[in-house]
Design a protein around this ligand. Structure first.
Ligand code: ZN
Length: 409
């Protein structure tokens, strides 16, 4: 891929994704294989006026070694310096840029229980830091191809060709071409998404009913007053940023513990480096009571049992089949892309920000309003060209929201 196009993408991530402010700090999270792209992002961050930039490296092969050789107790520990680093982020509120490039099979062979127990334990320690930054600083997740990831998506190609193809696919989904103005594209895209959200919010839905011939038949109740969001986010000081690039969804958090029926997955789920495929989850009284997976059954069962909220939903998202990711017709094996290919739900943590006035509510109040809480938030896809979603409003109207996999409002 041409360096000039890649630079354009790095610029988009800094200016449109993280919307870095002059004088703000910036943390870039990247795998060591992506050092060249991370350096470009760092350069663009300084150009945009960053006061300081920190690169935080990771390496999946090393992570696998750790999981193999360290005990669960050791893996679960969070060192004092790690807490101090998180506290530093809370104190300085930098813009966070996550560069995703993991090999979807990178943690294959790692003991699943070890992985989940230790990440749950660490997640608990990091949670208060994350919450302290919630809605206070900008963050964005973007992706660049690694060799192994590209080979997974395009197994028939040689590494270099696969990487090139994955670059092309990624840049298409984030609306970067050689001669366009991606920032203007993103503004128009955000305006469209916002339009759908405004219509949904005006409906004041009581519940939605999902139906598809694959077996999906699912009703889910919504939180009174909760909003549908889409596209970028706005901080209380008015800073507009794009947390996910790409993004195609209109989403909300449903009422915790109020859904019934079965959801059938339409795409594999890549979870913690492992695949869960061809599965369904059945809910009763708002909780997942059973699941069936052709691949990854044990992992799915453990995921759902991780904590109380892991069996409940934290997100409903609507994505039309016109999404450029769906149109690409490839499975990216990466949630950032695959979740933007199709309608999906997430098990686990909900989004506080969908409840107006959430800034002044305690965790207990938000839970009481219906926002689910969990250490996990895992999306899985249920969208397909046959999916219909019917909405039932609080004043008794029935409204077609999705028909044949696309917006009907
Ligand atoms: Zn989503």
């Amino acid at each position: 891929m041409k360096k000039s196009v890649i630079r354009k993408y790095a610029q988009l991530a800094v200016r449109c994704g993280a919307a870095l402010k002059k004088g703000q700090g910036c943390v870039i999270y990247a795998e060591v294989e992506q050092h060249e792209f991370a350096e470009l992002v760092a350069e663009e961050a300084y150009r945009a006026g960053a006061k300081w930039v920190m690169l935080q490296w990771s390496d999946q092969v090393f992570a696998k070694l750790k999981y193999r050789h360290e005990t669960v107790t050791q893996l679960s520990q969070v060192a004092e310096w790690e807490k101090a680093r998180q506290q530093h982020l809370v104190d300085t509120l930098p813009a966070l840029i996550h560069i995703s490039s993991e090999d979807p099979d990178g943690l294959k062979g790692v003991n699943v229980e070890k992985l989940q127990k230790s990440s749950a334990a660490r997640g608990k320690v990091f949670k208060p830091y994350r919450e302290a930054m919630d809605n206070k600083n900008q963050w964005t997740i973007i992706a660049v191809p690694s060799k192994k990831w590209a080979k997974k998506v395009f197994p028939g190609e040689r590494s270099s060709a696969a990487v090139e193809k994955l670059w092309e696919a990624i840049l298409k989904t984030v609306r970067v071409t050689e001669d366009n103005d991606p920032v203007a594209e993103w503004e128009a895209h955000n305006a469209r998404l916002k339009g759908h959200c405004e219509k949904l919010n005006a409906l004041d839905l009581d519940y939605v009913h999902y139906q598809a011939p694959n077996g999906t038949d699912f009703k889910c109740w919504l939180i009174p007053g909760a909003q549908w969001h889409g596209g970028g986010d706005t901080l209380p000081d008015g800073t507009f940023f794009n947390p996910n690039m790409p993004t195609e969804e209109a989403f909300t958090s449903p009422m915790r513990g109020r859904c019934e029926g079965t959801l059938v997955s339409t795409m594999p789920l890549s979870y913690q480096g492992n695949l869960i495929d061809k599965f369904s989850v059945t809910f009763e009284n708002g909780k997942a009571v059973s699941c069936k997976a052709e691949q990854g059954q044990a992992l799915l069962e453990r995921m759902i049992a991780l904590d109380e909220g892991a069996a409940m939903l934290g997100e409903l998202a609507l994505v039309p089949v016109e999404s450029p990711i769906y149109q690409e017709g490839i499975l990216f094996y990466n949630t950032l892309f695959d979740e933007n290919a199709a309608c999906h739900v997430a098990l686990g943590r909900g989004f506080n920000e969908v409840v107006p006035g959430f800034e002044n509510m305690s965790a207990e109040e938000l839970k009481a309003r219906g926002i689910n809480d969990s250490i996990i938030h895992v999306d899985f896809m249920i969208g397909c060209p046959e999916l219909s979603v019917t909405g039932y409003t609080r004043d008794g109207r029935e409204v077609k929201i999705f028909e044949n996999g696309s917006w009907a409002i």
